[in-house]
Design a protein around this ligand. Structure first.
Ligand code: PAF
Length: 292
């Protein structure tokens, strides 16, 4: 299968229109680059389910509430292109904010508030509280990415649990595409793969599996019959604190119904979510306590 690398949003839009016109079913994997095995799993799944696979690489400034985080975010376009090609992608594109929003950007180069897409109620609480504006930035770029590619299916990783809910809601509002959520890929010691992992020092990396260990301990409690939210989050808090990381939140939610606030009643189904800072690096993870 041939592979095309495009460095313009307009060229990507034209390419996708041409392929759809030829009757091709497009799968889409949106990313911010610095790709790892988790992204490649999405590309392989898309390649197995669609005729052709488009990958985007765009470090979206709209979704970074911390300028230092945006600056530090790792970038490697050529490496990314080689990896997705080997995993079965047929096109990778990148672009600039002006390329994505040619008619909307103001003279200061910023996107005016009226051009932003509201992310809906799943953006409230947890990540939405700790990263103000983040999901608005995600919804705005994903909405535009869907316009550019107009895929039949789009693939997202379950590690970004709340992002998946926001994107599913966006796709429902738009009427397309089908959103396929794929399992989190983990290192052998449990650490969820993330582009930010490469920013950890060797010593932080050794302690980083604490988030997953806490989630696994919560799953053991759930399996033993514990249903109280406070009891389920306790081992996650303990594991993160024992690792010396700064806990942002450890929480549980009903996977069937997002709530901004922690549920008070015992949960018959539960997903546990955690965010913590290891030095300058922010890590998130989650686990469906009823699965596996
Ligand atoms: O998950 C990501 O990498 C980003 O949030 C996404 C979906 C590509 C939007 O910028």
């Amino acid at each position: 299968m041939s592979f095309t690398l495009l460095e313009s949003v307009a060229a990507a839009r034209a390419h996708c229109a041409e392929r759809r016109g030829a009757g091709v079913t497009l799968g889409f994997v949106p990313t911010m680059g610095a790709l790892h095995e988790g992204h490649l799993a999405l590309v392989r799944r898309a390649a197995a389910e669609c005729d052709e696979v488009v990958v985007s690489v765009f470090v979206n400034p709209l979704q970074f509430n911390d300028p230092g985080d945006l600056e530090r975010y790792p970038r490697d376009l050529q490496g990314d292109a080689a990896q997705v090609r080997a995993a079965g992608a047929t096109m990778l594109f990148t672009g600039t904010l002006a390329g994505f929003f040619p008619d909307e950007l103001g003279p200061d180069g910023a996107l005016p508030p009226e051009a932003h897409v509201a992310p809906g109620p799943c953006a409230l609480g947890l990540e939405g509280t700790h990263r103000p504006g983040h999901f608005e930035g995600v919804a705005t770029i994903v909405d535009r990415l869907f316009d550019v590619v107009t895929p039949a299916r789009a693939y997202f990783g379950a590690k970004d649990y709340q992002q998946c809910l926001v994107v599913q809601e966006l796709a429902r509002r738009r009427g397309a595409p089908d959103v396929v959520v794929c399992p989190t890929v983990r290192e052998g010691d449990g650490l969820a793969l993330s582009s930010r992992n490469q920013l950890l020092s060797a010593e932080e990396r050794e302690r980083a599996p604490a988030l997953a260990s806490g989630l696994f301990a919560a799953r053991e409690l759930f399996r033993s019959g514990v249903r109280e939210p406070g009891q389920l989050v306790a081992p996650i808090e303990a594991a993160v604190e024992a690792a010396g990381f700064e806990l942002e939140y450890a929480a549980v939610r009903d996977p069937g119904q997002w709530t901004a606030e922690e549920p008070q009643a015992p949960l018959e189904r539960a997903v546990a979510l955690v965010a913590a800072r290891a030095g300058a690096v922010r890590l998130i993870d989650n686990l469906d306590l009823g699965e596996g």
